[in-house]
Write a new protein. Structure first.
Length: 402
């Protein structure tokens, strides 16, 4: 394959879990996609994933204050005075600023009950686009209820609980930028003399954009990217002149490397330095070159971390997948510091140049925790299209044209 994708990341006999499937659509067609799935599989086999919404400081303050009979305007004033940097505590100074005595019995009870309520489940909501699709009746697997919105069914369990049970969840995500891209493509088609949605030669689709348009990359190298999806932020615009992208894959790496994981792992400067070197001068162990050469010897994507473990530590694909999950921020192992995956022993057995370098280990951990899953040029250029010759939005055609 052109993209040299690590296929074992998705499906492998060593993995005891279903693959993670995410599909992005235009946000204006989100309801259309949802109803298409219901129509194809039936509401007896498909349902949206539930999300348990827990109490946060502001919502807990409001509900407890109403239960204690405190004036609603004063409750709202206190809740609005809380900020993210206050954490989960209710600062006495915030209460004084809004006319409350922190030592008053009612105020003390208000704060005490609020602290107890923070983190407690408040209500069940629905996931923006997570679907559970069953082979038979879905009610035989999970409890299902009708949603408040018409023609929708919702699983009564939280999405994380469904993952723990091993149920396959497909995320149907709606992106506003895809709608903007669709409108831009339709505008270009009109400029070329065709109608929006026209699939004749006069039309214009995502796959019609050339990969090697030199003036476009020259603009990117000058950071002239205001309004350009993925590379319009200040951080991206400051990186573009330093990285000097000259092909599509350079942009893929550029978007991925300006992330908390690669930055914390100290990968940005080594990558920029290695870009100026030929491949035979890169300081990269021979054992892991197949995994790292496409990013100049610097681990940038999560799948590279898995491939390093498979090549250097003689680890099956299941273990690096679990390690990436253990290193993910918010996991119990990461919070407790017990996130070692035992790679050093395998590295010592297989490598010929001593123990695994500490820098490589730190960079791999940073990549596994917050780095991107790699987008491939072929996959990212797929586009959900309508039927050829039809300008109307229909329910059936969602076939990718690449």
């Amino acid at each position: 394959m052109q993209s040299s994708m690590l296929f074992e990341r998705f499906i492998s006999a060593e993995r005891g879990e279903p693959p993670d499937i995410d599909i992005d659509f235009e946000h204006q067609r989100r309801e259309e996609v949802i109803q298409y799935i219901y129509g194809k599989y039936g509401r007896h086999r498909a349902a949206l994933t539930g999300v348990v919404i827990s109490y946060r400081p502001r919502s807990a303050l409001r509900d407890v204050g109403r239960a204690l009979g405190i004036d609603l305007q004063r409750i709202e004033a206190v809740s609005k005075s809380l900020h993210w940097f206050d954490g989960k505590s209710i600062d006495a100074q915030r209460l004084r600023e809004n006319g409350f005595d922190p030592d008053a019995p009612v105020t003390k009870l208000w704060v005490e009950l609020t602290q107890q309520l923070i983190g407690f489940p408040r209500h069940l909501s629905q996931h923006p686009g997570g679907f559970v699709i069953a082979r038979d009746q879905i009610e035989q697997l999970v409890p299902v209820e009708n949603a408040a919105m018409k023609d929708r069914s919702v699983v009564q369990w939280d999405k994380d609980d469904l993952d723990a049970l091993g149920l396959i969840k497909v995320d149907i995500l709606a992106l506003g930028m895809l709608s903007a891209l669709r409108r831009a493509l339709d505008l270009i088609a009109v400029k070329r003399g065709s109608k929006p949605g026209d699939r004749t030669d006069a039309g214009f689709e995502m796959q019609d954009i050339p990969d090697d348009d030199a003036p476009t990359y020259e603009m990117a190298c000058r950071a002239d990217t205001v309004g350009v999806f993925q590379i319009e932020s200040r951080a991206q615009m400051s990186m573009l002149p330093r990285l000097q992208p000259r092909c599509y894959y350079d942009l893929v790496v550029e978007v991925a490397i300006v992330r908390p994981g690669p930055i914390q792992g100290g990968m940005v400067h080594p990558y920029l330095k290695n870009r100026a070197l030929p491949d035979d001068q890169l300081d990269c162990p021979e054992k892991i070159r197949p995994a790292l050469m496409r990013t100049k010897g610097v681990p940038t994507f999560q799948e590279q971390v898995m491939q390093i473990a498979m090549l250097a530590a003689d680890s099956p694909v299941a273990r690096p997948t679990r390690c990436a999950a253990r290193w993910r921020p918010g996991s119990a192992a990461a919070a407790s510091g017990r996130s070692s995956c035992g790679w050093s022993g395998g590295w010592s057995r297989r490598a010929t140049t001593g123990p695994m370098p500490s820098a490589s280990s730190a960079r791999s951990r940073a990549s596994a925790s917050t780095a991107f899953r790699r987008a491939t040029p072929s996959a990212s250029r797929c586009w959900p299209t309508r039927a050829r010759g039809s300008n109307a939005i229909t329910r059936t055609p969602f076939s990718p044209r690449c």
